[in-house]
Structure formats: structure tokens, C-alpha cells
Design a protein around this ligand. Structure first.
Ligand code: FES
Length: 182
């Protein structure tokens, strides 16, 4: 399975599918219901690709190749095209992730204000590098481009929560808070 940051631009979804003989899984009723609802907001079904991937991720935690094929079939989108959407949008997870996904901004403002040091601190504390998940399945660390919060850099998100003006002490507290919720 691939996570977005691991996707080699020369690797196409066709190659992946052909080499592993994957089949689309059956979308759940809840997924279909939500995808159908999204379709009412768009002029044609193919435009719903990204939203459908988000729906699948919400229900499954990530988007497996089988899920991606299911969405492609359901919306009649070429799998390569949908894989391109999934690859471009870095919030679509293409392999299993931890319960809490840490999205650490590594764009300019955050970089100037020390995101590399923060990343090193997170990696040392949790024992994971970018794209990896802790052994207990609690945390996955992923770099992301600008979160639109540059005046309060360095910033990161954990799940849907945005954290600003980060320091190593703040990060320790955030990790401890999330561990206590586990
Ligand atoms: S550069 Fe990190 S929030 Fe903008």
C-alpha cells in the first residue's frame, strides 16, 4: 500500500492494479448514501471523486486500493484519474494510519520558525519518521504544506484540531493529551 508521500510519479494506478489483480470492494450503504448526497451538489458524477474518497476515508480510516477501485467504478472514473486526485490531495491516506494523524506544516514560515526541530522532537518522542505510525497505532506523522496559519507558525494539525505557536513543550502536552484519550 502507498501513502501519498511515497507515491513515485512514474508509478501509475494501472501498474498497481495489474500487478496485484486487485478487485473493487463493495461500498457500504452508508458510503453510497453519502456519495449520492454529494452528487446532488455537482453537475456530473465524476466531479465527486475527491468528496467520495473523503467519505470512504471517514468510514474506513484510509483509502485502500480496493476502496479506490470501488469509488472509481461507482462514479465511472478511470482508476488512474482517481489515483491522481488521491495523490494530489495529501489528506487522502493511501495506507492505514494511526488513530491520531499529526500533520506538521513544513512550508516556509514554519520552516523559518523551526519546524525541522519540532519534527525531530516528535520523531524522537514517538519513534516515527514522516509517513510512519507508532507501534501502538496511536500516531502517524505526515508533513503538509502551509496550513494557512503562517502568522502563528509553527503550526500543525492533529486530526481536525489546529495547534499554533508550537514549541517542544506544547508538543509534549499535545501528545500526552491525545495519549490520555486513547
Ligand atoms: S507556512 Fe506553516 S502555516 Fe503557513
Amino acid at each position: 500500500m502507498l501513502i501519498n508521500s511515497d507515491v513515485d510519479s512514474t508509478t501509475t494506478m494501472t501498474n498497481i492494479i495489474a500487478s496485484t489483480a486487485l478487485k473493487a470492494r463493495q461500498l457500504t450503504e452508508a458510503e453510497i448514501h453519502e456519495i449520492e448526497h454529494e452528487k446532488t451538489h455537482y453537475p456530473y458524477a465524476q466531479a465527486v471523486g475527491l468528496e467520495a474518497l473523503k467519505i470512504v476515508q471517514k468510514h474506513q480510516g484510509w483509502v485502500s486500493d480496493e476502496s479506490l477501485l470501488a469509488v472509481a467504478e461507482y462514479l465511472d472514473i478511470p482508476p488512474d484519474d482517481l489515483e491522481g486526485v488521491a495523490t494530489f490531495f495529501n489528506m487522502i491516506f493511501r495506507r492505514p494510519v494511526g488513530k491520531h494523524v499529526i500533520l506538521l506544516c513544513d512550508s516556509v514560515a514554519c520552516w523559518i520558525l523551526g519546524c525541522d526541530d519540532l519534527k525531530a522532537h516528535i520523531s524522537k518522542t514517538l519513534g516515527i519518521d514522516y509517513g510512519e505510525t507508532t507501534e501502538d497505532g496511536l500516531f502517524t506523522l505526515i508533513p503538509v504544506p502551509c496550513l494557512g496559519d503562517c502568522d502563528k507558525a509553527p503550526s500543525m494539525m492533529v486530526g481536525r484540531e489546529l495547534y499554533r505557536n508550537l514549541t517542544t513543550e506544547k508538543i509534549d502536552q499535545i501528545i500526552a493529551d491525545h495519549k490520555s484519550k486513547a
